[in-house]
Ligand binder design. Sequence first.
Ligand code: XIL
Length: 338
Amino acid sequence: LTPLKDTVDIPGMGVAIDSRETTGSPSDLLLHHFNQITAENSMKVEAWYDADRNFRINPDAVSLLDFAAANDVRVYGHVLLWHSQTPDWFFHARGTALTSSEEDKQFLRDRLKTHIDNVAKAISDHSGLFGSDTNPMVAFDVVNEVVSDGNEPGDGLRRSAWYSVLGEEFIPLAFEYADEAFNQTYAAEGSDRPVKLFINDYNTEQSAKQDRYYALVERLLAAGVPVDGVGHQFHASLATPTSSLDAALTRFAALPVVQAVTELDNTVGTPVTEANLIKQGHWYQDAFNVFRSHADDLFSVTVWGLTDARSWRSEQAPVLFDGDLQAKQAYFGAAGLD
Ligand code: XIL
C-alpha cells in the first residue's frame, strides 16, 4: 500500500500512540504510513508524576522518544497545560484550594513554570538538546482546550481551575515558560525555534467556537506571545461537513502562524455498518483533499489512533486501520486511492 505520508506534501504525517505501537506489527504499520507520533496520554500533566507527586519521566514517554529517535520519526508533544488529566493537587496548597489572591497566583505561576521546566529538562536529559540530531521533539501543545464551549460574554475562555486562579494570564505565561524551557539555544544561534509552540482546541470548525479561538490567537499574537502554531483537533463525525474544515484552515491562514490538524478522527455511529464505513472512506477522501489544498500552511496532520481497536472511540470505528491492522476504506480515501 502507498505510504499515507507520501500522499500529502507536509512535514508531518502523525499518529497518536502509546508504547504498544512501538514494537511488532503495529510499529511496522506505523513506520510505513507515518513519520510523526504524539503520545496519546504519556506526556499529559498527570503522566509526569508518581503516586507520591514526585516528578519523573513516564516510562511510556521514554519508549516513544527512543522509538522516534531510532526510526527518524518526529515527536509532537501533548500537552503542557490542560484542565483535564491534571492532578487535583496542582490547584491546592497547604491542604486548601488555591484562590485568586496574589500569593496563590504566584504559587500557581511557580508551579506551572516548574512543571514546564522539568518536562523540558527530562526530555533533553534523555534525548539530547532540542534541535540536535538525537532529539525528535518538533512541537508541543502548550495549552489545550482553553476556549469556552459556552457563550459567556467577554474573553471567551473556559472557566477552568487555571482560569479561576490566574485569569487569562495563564495562557501567555505558559507560552513564555515553554519558550524559555524548550528553546534556550535557538535565539543564540539565530535559527527558528526547534520546538514549535502550539495552541490546540476542538470544534474549531464550528463558527461560534472558531470566533472565540480566532480572537484569542489574534490577541496573543498582538501581545507578542510566542505562539508558532494553531492546532485543530477535528474530532469529527460523518455529519461534519469537510467544507467546515476547509473554512477553518482558510481563516487561520491569514494569521502569521502555521497550523496543524492534531487529533483527526471520524466517528460513524453505532452499530458500525458497511454502508457507513464506505461513507467514512468518502469523508476521509474529502478531508485529505482539503489538507492537500492547505499543504503550504500545515505543519502536520495527526490521526488520533493507529487502529480502531486502539482508538478512544473504538466502538465507532473512527480511524484508518481496523483492529487486525488492515486498511479500511478510510485509508484508501485518505490516501486518494480507489
Ligand atoms: C484522550 C485519549 O485518547 C484517551 O486515551 C484518554 O483517556 C482521554 O484523552 N482531546 C485531547 C486528547 O486533547 O488528549 C484526548 O485524548 C482527546 C480529546
